[in-house]
Ligand binder design. Structure first.
Ligand SMILES: NC(=O)c1ccc[n+]([C@@H]2O[C@H](COP(=O)([O-])OP(=O)(O)OC[C@H]3O[C@@H](n4cnc5c(N)ncnc54)[C@H](OP(=O)(O)O)[C@@H]3O)[C@@H](O)[C@H]2O)c1
Length: 248
């Protein structure tokens, strides 16, 4: 099967590698992409533009920053194969753009670890079959587009939402000059928070810029379900202060 990959980022290239292992051919589009993406895409065939990816592929997998998911889908408008949106978007966004909905949980596979690819939609089983037996473990949730994104939203709402909250509480304590005694109390009462805080700081530094869109998609999902959306609007504000890629 020829599978189009938009685009071979950290996670996208890992999905492409898994597909290669199963004997599929991967095509990608270098137009407008960085040298870093081209380096990761070396094992794949460059066909130039997203339109040419659409021309060549039976399946397209979109793996890009969540805020770009709509534009990436628009770049292959009219594509008649199976379009998989594997991004951290709301179920409503997935329903707008995807034929098969995907939600990725876990970092790219390395050293024998696996990454879960949740899938939903009428053709989800066909997409799952492409990854079967690789380090990207497919799990089909339902035949409705939106379910896989809901799963990803629910997972990331906790992991990234609490990271944003922890960073904000620590900054408040610093602003009020009570960070040392606070860390002392955490050490006694919640020792796990010290490692959580360090991890949240590192992650926000590296990837926080990409999480702004994801937090907004999560907030939209809570609002659509009639639940409070303010936690994740605030989390988006926290991550908006993170460095942009290439700014350091
Ligand atoms: N990395 C992880 O650990 C992880 C875990 C779970 C889920 N995911 C999901 O995977 C998706 C991508 O993550 P990633 O880690 O692969 O990101 P990444 O390494 O930053 O790669 C993103 C790719 O998308 C391209 N891109 C960036 N901005 C774009 C834009 N405005 N329009 C079109 N393409 C754009 C980049 O190309 P250029 O840089 O060349 O422009 C790059 O090839 C996200 O939806 C994320 O939620 C990632």
């Amino acid at each position: 099967m020829i599978v189009g990959l938009l685009h071979p980022g950290e996670m996208g290239s890992a999905l492409g590698t898994a597909l290669l292992q199963n004997g599929h051919e991967i095509v990608w589009a270098s137009a407008g992409r960085s040298e870093e993406t081209a380096r990761r895409a070396a094992p794949f065939r460059d066909v130039g533009t997203p339109a040419e990816v659409a021309e060549a592929s039976a399946v397209i997998v979109s793996v890009c920053p969540p805020h770009a998911a709509r534009n990436v889908a628009a770049s292959v408008a009219g594509f008649e194969g199976i379009y998989v949106d594997a991004n951290a978007v709301s179920p409503a966004t997935a329903r707008e753009i995807a034929g098969v909905d995907g939600g990725i949980i876990g970092p790219p596979p390395r050293d024998g670890s696996t990454t879960r690819l949740y899938l939903s939609g009428l053709d989800a089983s066909q997409v799952a079959a492409l990854f079967e037996g690789t380090a990207v473990e497919p799990r089909v949730l339902s035949d409705e587009v939106g379910t896989a994104s809901a799963m990803k939203v629910a997972f990331a709402a906790w992991s990234k939402g609490t990271a944003a909250m922890l960073l904000t509480i620590h900054r408040l304590a610093q602003a009020e000059g009570v960070d040392e005694p606070l860390l002392g109390e955490w050490r006694e009462w919640h020792p796990e928070l010290l490692e959580d805080l360090a991890r949240a700081g590192r992650a926000a530094e590296q990837k926080g810029w990409r999480w702004v869109g994801e937090m907004e998609e999560i907030a939209d999902t809570f609002a659509a379900a009639g639940l409070p959306d303010g936690f994740h609007r605030a989390a988006a504000e926290v991550f908006r202060a993170s460095p942009q890629p290439g700014s350091s």
